[in-house]
Each structure stands twice: as C-alpha cells, then as structure tokens.
Design a protein around this ligand. Structure first.
Ligand code: NAD
Length: 249
C-alpha cells in the first residue's frame, strides 16, 4: 500500500497538532501547515522522533499564493495529497454592535476563504487518485449560535454549508467531505487565551456538559483519524459532533 499524504492547516498548536501526531501514528506522511513555522517544525520534530514522516509548511491559509507554494512543497516531499484537514481558525468574543468590518473580514478570510483556497489547491490530487478525504473543523457555536461570536459562528456555519455542498459535488469522484464541530477544547491556545471572556468558568462549563468534562484535542483527532480512513467511504456531508453532548443534532 502506498503511504497516504495528509495536509493539516493550523497545525502548529492545539487540535491541528494533535491531528498531525495521530495521522503520523497511523502511517500517513503529514504536511504541518501554519503561520508559525518554528512551532510547526517542533510538531514535525516530535513526529520524526517517533519514526514518522512530516514536513513544516509556512502559509497563511487566506493567501492563495502562499497556499499553492506550501502544497507544492508537500507534494515534492511526499507526493500527491489525498487527505485534507481544514483546521486553521481564529475566534474571539465581541458584542455584535462592537464588531468592525476588519474583524468580520479577517475572520471570514481565515475560517471560510481559507478552506475554499486550500481545498481547491489540493483537489487535483484527490481527483487523480479517485479518492480523497476532506475534514473541516467547524464549531458547535455554529450549530447553537453563541452570543458575542456572530463573526465566528457565521464563518463556521458557512463551513458546515461548504461541507454539505462539496459532499454533493465531490462524492461522484470518490472524495468524502465531512465536518467536526468541537465544543470547548481545553488546553488549546484558542481556548486558553479566550476563556476569561467566556460567560462561565471552565469548571462550570464542564459541569454543564452531559459527559461532565471539557473536550481535549485528542477527542477531535480520534474522529479525524476515523474520517480519514478507508472505513468511511459511505460517510459524507455529515456533521460529526464531538462535543460531550453539548449539541445534539
Ligand atoms: N479550542 C476550542 O475550544 C475550539 C472549539 C470549537 C472549534 N474550534 C476550532 O478548532 C480549530 C483549531 O482550534 P485550536 O483551539 O486548536 O486553535 P489554536 O489557536 O490552538 O491553534 C490554531 C492554529 O492555527 C494557526 N492559524 C491561525 N490563523 C492561521 C492562518 N491564517 N493560516 C494558517 N494557520 C493559521 C495558528 O497559528 C495556530 O497554530 C479552529 O478552527 C477552531 O475554530 C476550537
């Protein structure tokens, strides 16, 4: 069997980094793409220390030229890319009336235009292989709505619709497209830097979860491994809620 090549965006930290580690453990060669090259290289070094294959790629997902250059580097290193995780994202808690055009546009550019650009860039490889797995990391805030996150939840709602639409277009080509909407994932940069802005403490949030704990990056990576596998050829267009029961849909 030839080795699968995966690209994970926003992969220098948090959920993305854990997905890279687990993909490498599964035998995939991984492109660790992030704005932060040094931090991405640390993830690569960890993977290499365990005998896995990975390469660090610097790019802003909202910039098509940077993405194309990064994907070219990944292809040169390991070959065609047939697994993609659109994970890079930015969040923030801002009352709707205080949201600026700049914040709105930047959030949409990274969280929604980014997946559009990265997916278009790797798609030729998946089409040529007649096989592909696209996994979009959305957010439970898009399913439930979340006060003071209109920009963020709208971008992630767009990503869920993007998932459904691509599933319809790409299914006939052997490519599945699904999304995972996490709830609160403790320990990530995003969560730790914004938790003081949240309406309840982490302990209160955990107590309200049906499973009585916050999520961990590993919970999301476990689901990403499954969605990237050969076993999920009949799963597409779906929202796989890995959220401790916070949103049941
Ligand atoms: N942590 C949570 O509680 C939570 C909940 C729901 C959804 N999510 C989603 O999960 C994904 C990962 O979140 P996380 O908590 O691991 O975040 P994180 O902040 O820990 O890591 C995100 C990574 O993305 C990178 N990144 C940001 N903008 C980028 C860009 N323009 N181009 C390339 N890389 C970029 C950052 O440098 C960082 O390394 C995000 O899409 C986020 O919206 C997270």
């Amino acid at each position: 069997m030839t080795q699968k090549v995966a690209l994970v965006t926003g992969a220098a930290a948090g959920i993305g980094a854990e997905i890279c580690r687990q993909f490498a453990d599964e035998g995939m060669a991984v492109g660790v793409l992030d704005l932060k090259l040094e931090a991405a290289q640390k993830v690569v070094d960890e993977i290499a220390a365990k005998g896995g294959k990975a390469v660090a790629l610097a790019a802003d997902v909202s910039d098509r030229m940077q993405v194309e250059a990064a994907v070219a580097k990944l292809r040169d290193a390991f070959g065609p890319v047939t697994v993609l995780v659109n994970n890079a994202g930015v969040a923030g808690w801002i009352p709707f009336e205080e949201l600026t055009d700049e914040v709105w546009d930047r959030t949409m550019a990274i969280n929604l235009r980014g997946p559009f650009i990265v997916t278009q860039t790797v798609l030729p490889d998946m089409k040529a292989a007649n096989w592909g797995r696209i996994i979009n990391i959305s957010s439970s805030s898009a399913q439930s709505g979340t006060a003071r996150m209109a920009h963020y939840s709208s971008s992630k709602g767009g990503l869920i619709s993007f998932t459904k639409t691509l599933a319809l277009e790409l299914g006939p080509l052997g490519i599945t497209v699904n999304n995972i909407p996490p709830a609160s994932i403790a320990g990530t940069v995003m969560y730790e830097e914004t938790k003081h802005l949240m309406p309840m403490t982490p302990e209160q949030a955990a107590a309200m979860m049906p499973v009585r704990r916050l999520g961990e990056a590993e919970d999301i990576a476990n689901a990403a491994v499954w969605l990237a596998s050969e076993k999920t050829g009949y799963v597409t267009g779906q929202t796989i809620g890995v959220n401790g029961g916070r949103v049941i849909s």
